[in-house]
Every structure is written in structure tokens, then in C-alpha cells.
Design a protein around this ligand. Structure first.
Ligand SMILES: [Zn+2]
Length: 103
């Protein structure tokens, strides 16, 4: 259960943190940022759902469903690090409007 946060994010509320999803065009699926998480990895967010900035970088380890993905999301622009394993490695692209995973 959750709700849209601006055009780029979708927010889920957990008891101890906020989870903000965005759509990654490199992996063609959503990734989560955890904000205010006291018991695990946590990111800082500028509170903007249209031009979101999160720090520090997000690293998604390779799995059966996703390649390795390493990025910065700043002012609504995704900058992929060169160690990402998809076609957008090393490129900067606008964060697309949020869409849910199809699977
Ligand atoms: Zn990705």
C-alpha cells in the first residue's frame, strides 16, 4: 500500500522508515530508497517528488532479476556510474515518471 509522491516517486510507509520507489530505466524496474531507517541502510532525501535528490549513491547488487546498478539521483536526473552492468552505464538520463513493475 502506498501513494504517489510527485511525478517521480511512489511512497510506502513502514513502521520505522519511509520507502520511496522510483523507476530505473537502466534495469527497467523499480528500486527502493529507504529514508529514516534506523536499523539498516538509510538515505537522505530532499523531500521533492518531482525533482528528487537522494544521497549517498544507490548500489543495487546483481541478482536473478536485475543487473548490477549503481547511480546517483540528483534533481530528478539519474547519473549511472560506469560500474553498472546495463546499457545506460556511464550515462545521465532524466528520471522517468513513476510506473509500477509489470511483474
Ligand atoms: Zn537500476
Amino acid at each position: 500500500m502506498g501513494e504517489a509522491v510527485g511525478s517521480k516517486l511512489y511512497g510506502l510507509t513502514a513502521p520505522d522508515r519511509q520507502i520511496l520507489l522510483f523507476y530505473c530505466p537502466g534495469c527497467k524496474r523499480t528500486h527502493p530508497y529507504h529514508v529514516g531507517n534506523k536499523t539498516g541502510p538509510s538515505w537522505n532525501w530532499n523531500g521533492d517528488g518531482d525533482k528528487p535528490t537522494f544521497t549517498p549513491s544507490l548500489l543495487v547488487y546483481a541478482s536473478e532479476t536485475t543487473p548490477r546498478c549503481h547511480l546517483f539521483l540528483t534533481d530528478g536526473v539519474i547519473r549511472y556510474c560506469g560500474d553498472s552492468e546495463h546499457d545506460l552505464a556511464g550515462q545521465s538520463v532524466p528520471c522517468p515518471d513513476f510506473q509500477h513493475d509489470s511483474d
